[in-house]
Design a binder for this molecule. Structure first.
Ligand code: C2E
Ligand code: MG
Ligand code: MG
Length: 751
């Protein structure tokens, strides 16, 4: 068990460690993703700023270029206005060009042509391999560079900006605006003379075409008028990641470690502790059954189970699974409230096992627990689902039954009692127990919960004291009498009202023809008032565990009779039922009664039928031995019907064996019966046991039995059972007959 628990502990630790690593991984991932996002947005912002900055610089550069060009243009325009001579103009231009070689005049149409019709149309660009501006740039000629400069605004400066590097952009000139402005100011039209080969011509369209052609030669390198310089320090994600990683990971690990420690101390450790205690509690309360299998389930699942069981234990009785007192009282309180509202009636029924401690003492707690479980399951099946049932403590059970009328309630309780009194088979042992039930009714017996419980307890106590199974709370008024449990109550009433009496049937000694003892037999005082014969009444009492108070009454009445026969040596035999022998207290109780009436034990004889004895021989032998040790004589009744084995007969401390009347009645005509009787007599004598023949109805049988050396006879031939009042007469009579040596039969009818 502890091994499994250790496994659980390790699993929990593994689990938390796994949790810790998972948390670290997740935190690292989260950090990486957020770093990436922040880095990206920072870079985007930088790019934006770069572009803004670049645009400003570009604007400024273009402005300065424009100003420079305007200045040049003003110079040219001024000069041109003052000098109209073409020769001078040409000279001036040439001169001017020498000073400002970067002024290149190219017709806009041709630039369009570079883009649309190919570079072949532009001088110097003719042999370029394709129209790619980059290729144009690679041609290291002034014109090619000029072409590229002119193309730049068209292809977009952004194309040259690579976000990864800081760049230096060189702008040569904004020729277009220069030409436009120049034409506008001068009113002249410029175009490139295709025939001029590698030279650029200036054509003043206001003049006659050919003669006024002015050619500008551009064969110098362009100078640059300014530069654009923007630095973009882009931050690389991975370099930042690597830079931060060690510290961040350390922080993450540290944080998670602290979290793990806090979690472990605050939660896991206490959980393990609770689980350990729960396990202990569960194990000590449920030893060695299928429940143990649960411990094979490891980890938190197991812990969950422990918790569920803890919750269960707070509401349930751990042994029987029934509700405990707390829950029962809650239900009882609710029922009373409900009763107050709706007028419903409830019976609080308390059930208790008589002398339960003896079961534990004799068979051990394990068997005692088993008995309680069986009793609980019988209780469960005896009630409806809507009724409440709980085990209050030890062998004390409580039921809350809602009922409509008293007949329904009394029949429910009677059924309950009958079900609970049936013998129990616990771990291979047959147990018969006495049950006491105390009943109190809401609202008839009490209006509040505490009072109702008190009343029910009083009733239960009374049941114990009176040795009577079911007791209802005593009513001050007759308004609601619930004591009408049909059988149980009628028997109780019969005993209480003295409806029974004992009659006595003499047993004669065949040797000296004297009365040896009387057998006490139960009778209704007024049999005509009862539908059941006495045998049926006894069988019913046996079946319903009511024989105990009945037998007690019989023993007590027999003792009173014996006391009356104080000066006579005659004994009295009482018939006891098997169920009486389940009561460990039987010898003590008999002893107490004998003492009470000051009757020597030797005057009492106990009869138990062979059939009943054979049901539980060991149990009977034990009690019979105790009775025999007290000096009480023992007799086996109805012998021959219960197949008692010789082994038991030898073990038994019996004094007499009573052959069943079924063998005696027909022994004159039935040889087999005769043989059985003869053999039984011989066998009993060999074992040192005396033989009584019952049911002797004729002189022939009587004679035959004498010949067979039978010791005692009983039967109508001698006497029917006689009333106690006739006993003194009988004694006198039998003394007389004994003197003459001849048995005179006198039959007394006893009712
Ligand atoms: P049992 O103990 O074998 O009692 C003998 C029964 O045979 C009695 O019947 C008795 O009246 C009857 N009897 C006696 N002689 C003759 C006879 O010559 N012919 C015939 N036909 N019957 C004879 P009873 O009193 O009706 O009792 C029947 C059984 O009921 C008893 O058998 C006994 O087992 C049981 N019983 C009677 N009284 C008590 C009692 O106080 N306690 C217990 N536990 N059982 C009792
Ligand atoms: Mg008998
Ligand atoms: Mg008998």
């Amino acid at each position: 068990m502890s091994l499994n628990f250790d496994v659980m502990q390790i699993k929990i630790q593994h689990f938390t460690l796994f949790l810790f690593l998972l948390m670290s991984l997740i935190t690292t991932l989260l950090w990486s993703v957020s770093l990436y996002t922040v880095n990206n947005s920072l870079n985007l912002e930088k790019t934006r700023l770069y572009r803004e900055n670049w645009q400003i610089q570009l604007d400024q550069l273009q402005l300065s270029q424009r100003l420079w060009l305007q200045q040049r243009f003003m110079e040219v325009a001024e000069w041109m206005a003052n000098n109209t001579d073409p020769q001078q103009r040409l000279l001036f231009i040439n001169q001017y060009y020498l000073t400002y070689p970067e002024i290149q005049l190219i017709h806009i149409d041709k630039i369009t042509a570079i883009v649309s019709n190919g570079v072949g149309e532009i001088p110097d660009c003719q042999n370029l391999p394709n129209r790619n501006p980059v290729s144009v740039l690679q041609r290291d000629t002034p014109l090619a560079k000029a072409c590229l400069s002119m193309l730049k605004p068209m292809i977009g400066i952004s194309a040259e900006i690579n976000a990864d590097k800081s760049q230096k952009l060189v702008l040569l000139m904004d020729y277009f605006s220069f030409i436009d402005d120049f034409e506008e100011l001068t009113g002249k039209h410029f175009h490139i003379d295709n025939k001029a080969s590698s030279r650029y011509n200036y054509v003043d369209s206001s003049e006659t075409a050919e003669s006024q052609q002015i050619m500008f030669q551009f064969n110098r390198e362009a100078i640059h008028l300014g530069s654009l310089s923007v630095a973009l320090p882009v931050t690389g994600f991975f370099s930042v990641w690597v830079e931060q990683a060690i510290w961040v990971l350390l922080a993450v690990l540290l944080l998670n470690l602290v979290a793990y420690l806090i979690l472990y101390r605050a939660l896991i450790q206490p959980l393990i502790l609770i689980a350990k205690r729960l396990k202990k509690a569960v194990l000590t309360r449920r030893p060695g059954n299928a429940y143990d299998l649960q411990f094979l389930t490891p980890g938190l699942k197991l812990l969950h189970k422990y918790f569920m069981h803890l919750t269960y234990l707070t509401k349930r009785d751990h042994l029987t699974g029934l509700h405990n007192r707390a829950i029962f009282e809650e239900r009882l309180q609710q029922a009373i409230l409900e009763g107050k509202r709706s007028g419903r009636k409830y019976a609080l029924v308390l059930v208790d096992i008589n002398h339960f401690y003896k079961v534990n003492k004799q068979y051990g707690n394990y068997l005692g627990d088993g008995l309680l479980k069986k009793l609980a399951s019988r209780l469960k099946s005896a009630i409806r689902e809507s009724d409440s049932l709980a085990r209050l403590e030890k062998d004390n059970f409580a039921l809350l039954l809602e009922f409509v009328d008293k007949d329904q309630l009394t029949s429910t309780i009677e059924k309950l009692y009958q079900s609970l009194s049936r013998p129990y088979s616990v771990y291979g042992r047959q147990l018969t127990i006495g049950i006491s039930i105390g009943v109190a009714i809401y609202p008839d017996h009490a209006q509040e919960m505490v009072e109702l419980e008190l009343k029910a307890n009083e009733a239960l106590l009374k049941a114990h004291q009176d040795d009577w199974p079911v007791v209802f709370v005593q009513q001050a008024t007759d308004e609601a009498d619930y004591s009408g449990l049909s059988l149980i109550q009628s028997l109780r009433q019969a005993l209480g009202n003295n409806d029974f009496k004992l009659v006595y049937q003499p047993v004669m000694d065949l040797k000296n023809h004297t009365t040896s003892y009387f057998e006490a037999l139960l009778r209704w005082k007024q049999p005509e008032l009862h539908t059941q014969s006495i045998e049926q009444t006894i069988a019913l009492a046996e079946k319903n565990q009511l024989i105990k108070p009945l037998s007690h009454w019989i023993i007590e009445t027999a003792c009173i009779q014996l006391k009356k026969l104080d000066d006579s040596p005659l004994k009295v035999a009482v018939n006891l039922s098997m169920i009486d022998f389940h009561d460990e207290d039987l010898p003590d109780r008999i002893g107490e009664t004998l003492n009470k009436y000051d009757v020597p034990p030797q005057k009492l004889m106990v009869e138990i039928t062979e059939g009943q004895f054979m049901q539980e021989p060991e149990q009977v032998i034990q009690i019979l031995t105790r009775l025999s040790n007290m000096g009480i004589s023992l007799s086996i009744d109805d012998f021959g019907t219960g197949q008692a084995s010789l082994t038991y007969l030898k073990k038994l401390p019996v004094e007499k064996l009573k052959i069943d009347q079924s063998f005696i009645k027909d022994m004159v005509i039935d040889e087999e019966d005769r043989a059985i009787v003869e053999a039984t007599i011989k066998l009993a004598h060999t074992l040192g046991i005396e033989v009584v023949a019952e049911g002797v109805e004729s002189a022939e049988i009587h004679t035959m039995l004498m010949q067979m050396d039978c010791d005692y006879v009983q039967g109508y031939y001698i006497s029917r059972p006689i009333d106690e009042l006739l006993i003194p007469n009988w004694i006198l009579d039998q003394n007389r007959t004994a003197l003459t040596g001849k048995l005179r039969t006198k039959i007394h009818r006893a009712k």
